[in-house]
Design a protein around this ligand. Structure first.
Ligand SMILES: [Zn+2]
Length: 333
């Protein structure tokens, strides 16, 4: 029997959920405890941090309390290394090695992450989207999530009608507006946001912890910490694979320059927005002076051998810590 991709996805999702439920049952007995393998390494991705009382709009957030307990758990059971150390395979003696990264450059990283890192004394790399170059202090993917809540019931974008379903705009074929915008990037998002009732004043109605990016002085304070390395995450949070060669240059060169000007440090690490990349992008980024590149998923098998790029695992806020630890150990969900 030949199964369609859709059915296969559903089956794999259900079996994954069953596996997680089974693991949680085992953990709840106390006989089996979550633990990391004796060796190996994993690079984790976090995004935003809040006080735990915010009504969150996407899966990017973790509370300050949960973050602290997760990092403490990892610190006491694994070697927390810098991303550069993981890349260079230095200090890989005994045990499981972990590097911690944060994407996007939320102002809440300055507020909540900096004190935790100073207290636990662990290295962290923060990949910053330099949207300040556009004189803006928010990223369009976050604005789209927020205005999908407050926007009108129906909007018409590029000739297609979208209606709201569970705080998301979808068309009659269940196609998501956000996917369409992600393909079109920053410019396309700006057009859609206007239809959704967005303006910078209306944005202020939402808690700033959910959208505000670091300004130059916050970024400087982060960069001054001996535990924090700053890397680039582009300028506009556009998917690199959707850009022309010239547009890609703007993203990787201008973000690097801005970060170097503000921090006074050499910026030689970059994480692709959404983890999207291809062979041309890897070459173009290397030619611009970056030494370390980070994806999320492996795109093509031959990329596994490419020493310029490493894979990261995004933290899943919807599963138990026990299941998260298992995923960290396996390097995948
Ligand atoms: Zn991002």
């Amino acid at each position: 029997m030949k199964l369609s991709v859709g059915i296969k996805n559903i089956i794999s999702k259900v079996s994954k959920n069953l596996k997680w439920i089974g693991n949680d049952l085992l953990f709840s007995t106390g006989i089996v405890n979550p633990k990391l393998p004796k060796s190996g390494n994993c690079i984790l991705v976090y995004h935003g941090i809040d006080d735990g009382n915010t009504k969150r709009v996407n899966a990017k957030f973790i509370s300050e309390k949960d973050l602290k307990s997760q990092l403490y758990w990892l610190k006491t059971r694994a070697n927390i290394l810098s991303t550069e150390q993981i890349f260079n395979e230095s200090n890989h003696d005994n045990g499981f090695n972990i590097a911690i990264t944060f994407d996007d450059g939320f102002a809440n990283n300055h507020k909540y992450l900096l004190p935790i890192v100073e207290e636990l004394e662990i290295p962290i790399t923060v990949f910053v989207t330099t949207i300040q170059l556009k004189n803006e202090n928010y990223l369009w993917p976050d604005a789209v999530d927020l205005f999908s809540i407050s926007g009108p019931e129906t909007i018409k974008f590029k000739g297609e009608n979208y209606h709201k379903r569970k705080n998301e705009y979808v068309n009659k074929h269940h196609g998501r507006l956000k996917s369409v915008i992600t393909s079109g990037g920053y410019k396309s998002a700006k057009e859609a946001l206007v239809l959704m009732g967005f303006d910078e004043e209306a944005l202020q109605n939402f808690p700033s912890v959910l959208w505000r990016m670091m300004d130059a002085s916050e970024l400087q304070k982060l960069a001054q910490s001996p535990f924090i390395t700053i890397g680039s995450h582009g300028v506009c949070h556009d998917s690199f694979v959707k850009l022309s060669a010239d547009e890609l240059q703007v993203e990787i060169v201008n973000s690097k320059k801005y970060l170097e000007d503000v921090t006074g440090n050499t910026i030689d690490q970059i994480a692709y927005p959404y983890g999207h990349y291809n062979d041309q992008i890897i070459d173009a980024i290397e030619a611009t002076g970056y030494k370390f590149q980070f994806r999320v998923d492996l795109q093509k098998q031959h990329n596994a051998l490419d020493k310029r790029v490493m894979t990261r695992l995004g933290i899943n806020p919807f599963i138990s810590w026990g299941n998260q630890v298992k995923a960290i150990g396996n390097g995948k969900y």
